[in-house]
Design a protein around this ligand. Structure first.
Ligand code: UDP
Length: 473
């Protein structure tokens, strides 16, 4: 059998304090409708990993609520070998519009991909019954479509990746995937622009990702705790905080953060009253952490008294992402070469990943304590870091790429960088918010309203319920 991810059911009614009675009632009705449409059948999600990455994090949260509403929702992960995952990683980059090193996508690779997919499908079919709705996530599991359809399941394939500008790389990836995917009942994309032409007349749902306002990363954090955590991380001067920092959880119990050593590259912590500009991202070339640093070091535009924190996951030791280590090392190298004045205002932090709750609370504290949050990505499927900052009422300066454009209307919910390569524009816009607290506050309020209205989990749960109910009917 395939590994099943355990889900703790949580009542979706818990969201009502945040989303209000009307939305809560709508959510309850949608999930109730799904429960009825399904009868004794199930909704089964399948992807390639239970942790790490936005999809896994989102499935954990969404399935808790789905299960809490009485729907029999399950989650399985597939198994593959290194060649299989090299092929799917290459497909992933290509669907983002970039080429990547990796195995050639020839008939031999397709045969291997098909064989692994068949094996996973056989294991999954011990659980799946005719009429079950199966939601497959991303290229790794696209190959399960045909065997599942043959067994009488209703199959949804969801693509969490995409680019607005289709090119020869996206074309090559679709050519590979199309024979596997052609017969799915329905397809889900993050943006309408990501849908390839060959799927144009199919059953398509556009469904943006969302965040859970009750998760460790997104629920309120007392300002005192957030400030102490940021001091502990070395991003604020303050009393010497060496040990773990306590904070209160939503259920009233206390947790602690900072027991694990944090990797910090910095000359000295920023003064307590210095404005803090923050970008939190994986160490990935497309997030352009190095470009943020170089722009910041150019100076001017109201940024002269500000400090910059570039925050990402720990890349040392067991990390399975060699690219992350390389990008971080390159940032450290650039930092060393900055003029001393600029270097004293730039800080690089790697957050430990061993304890997911600790990591989430650290990310949250940095977001809460930021004067301005930036996301100067070169490409972005959606950009959950932007959503998380918006929900915390932070003013955001972000590239007008991919799903960021769906989140921020320029000048209303944050500021957009129309050309992410334009360093002077980055400095001017970020600086204008650092030196204009009133504007920053009003953009932060707009951001909070926008995220609260469109990008919390109830929106996605309702959209899923509508789709699954239709397929189960
Ligand atoms: N993130 C994290 N720790 C880090 C850096 C990032 O937990 O050190 C989280 C971040 O809060 C967000 C996710 O990773 O929830 C990144 O999602 P996003 O859509 O922004 O980008 P992706 O990494 O999927 O390209």
């Amino acid at each position: 059998d395939l590994p099943e991810v355990a889900i703790t059911p949580v009542s979706p009614l818990l969201l009502s304090d945040t989303i209000g009675a009307e939305r809560s009632t709508g959510l309850d009705a949608a999930l109730g409708g799904l429960r009825e449409a399904l009868g004794s059948r199930r909704v089964i999600h399948v992807n390639s990993t239970r942790s790490g990455g936005g999809v896994a994090e989102m499935l954990h949260r969404l399935l808790r609520y789905t299960r809490g509403s009485g729907v029999d929702a399950r989650w399985f992960t597939i198994e593959g070998d290194p060649l299989f995952f090299d092929v799917t990683k290459r497909l992933h980059h290509m669907l983002h519009g970039h080429d990547a090193p990796g195995p050639s996508l020839d008939p031999c690779a397709a045969a291997h991909y098909a064989a692994i997919s068949e094996r996973n499908a056989r294991a999954l079919l011990r659980t799946v019954r005719p009429g079950d709705v199966v939601n497959l996530h991303d290229p790794q599991v696209a190959g399960l479509t045909i065997p599942l359809r043959r067994a009488g399941a209703r199959v949804v394939w969801r693509c969490h990746i995409g680019t607005d500008t289709h090119n020869q790389h996206t074309a090559q990836a679709w050519e590979f995937l199309r024979p596997f995917l052609d017969t799915a009942d329905a397809y889900v994309f993050t943006r309408a622009q990501y849908v390839p032409d060959w799927l144009a007349d199919r059953d398509i749902t556009v469904m943006p990702p969302s965040i859970d306002p009750l998760s460790a990363k997104n629920r309120p954090l007392e300002p005192g705790a957030a400030a102490a955590i940021v001091t502990r991380l070395g991003l604020r001067a303050g009393p010497d905080v060496r040990g773990p920092v306590g904070y209160r959880r939503g259920d009233g119990s206390t947790g602690s953060v900072g027991g694990t050593p944090v990797r910090l590259v910095s000359m000295a912590p920023p003064p307590a009253d210095a404005p803090l500009v923050v970008q939190i991202s994986r160490w990935d070339p497309l997030k352009d952490m190095a470009g943020v640093m170089a722009s910041f070091a150019d100076g001017g535009g109201g940024l002269d008294a500000a400090h910059l924190a570039l925050v990402g996951p720990d890349v040392s030791g067991v990390s399975d992402d060699p690219e992350g280590g390389r990008v971080f090392d390159r940032c450290v190298e650039l930092w060393r070469r900055l003029p001393a004045r600029a270097r004293s205002r730039v800080h690089l932090v790697c957050l430990p990943l061993a304890d997911p709750e600790e990591n989430a609370v650290m990310v949250s504290a940095v977001q809460y304590q930021a004067t301005v949050v930036t996301q100067k990505s070169i490409a972005e499927g959606f950009g959950l870091t932007v959503t998380e900052a918006m929900w915390k009422g932070r003013p955001v300066v972000a590239s007008a790429v991919g799903g960021i454009r769906d989140q921020i209307h320029d000048g209303v919910h944050g500021l957009l960088l129309h050309d992410p390569a334009d360093r002077a524009d980055f400095v001017a816009r970020t600086g204008s918010l650092v030196s204009g607290p009133q504007r920053a506050r009003s953009l932060g309020e707009g951001a909070r309203r926008r995220a609260g209205e469109h990008f919390l989990d109830d929106r996605q749960l309702r959209s899923q319920a509508a789709l699954y109910s239709r397929l189960a009917a």
